[in-house]
Design a protein around this ligand. Structure first.
Ligand code: SF4
Length: 72
């Protein structure tokens, strides 16, 4: 199942904790602004992004299931 990665950029403070947790999904650009490199992820990256959600001090990240195959 695919999941959409949603970041609330209004509250993100670019701490980069999410980058450490999921470096292929999140990155900081030259101006230390957060960049979401993949806004839709598969199960292979879900654990990393869940970790990023947990580590974000601003609680700026959430993931949402895409599609409707009834999974969680
Ligand atoms: S950990 Fe949270 S506040 Fe920090 S860069 Fe990532 S989304 Fe933004």
């Amino acid at each position: 199942m695919k999941h959409k990665v949603i970041v609330d950029f209004d509250i993100c403070d670019s701490y980069g904790a999410c980058v450490a947790a999921a470096p292929t999904v999140f990155d900081l650009d030259d101006e230390d602004e957060l960049v979401v490199q993949q806004d839709t992820i598969g199960d292979d990256l879900r654990a990393q992004v869940t970790d990023a959600v947990a580590r974000c001090p601003k609680r700026a990240i959430r993931i949402e299931a895409v599609g409707g195959d009834g999974g969680a």
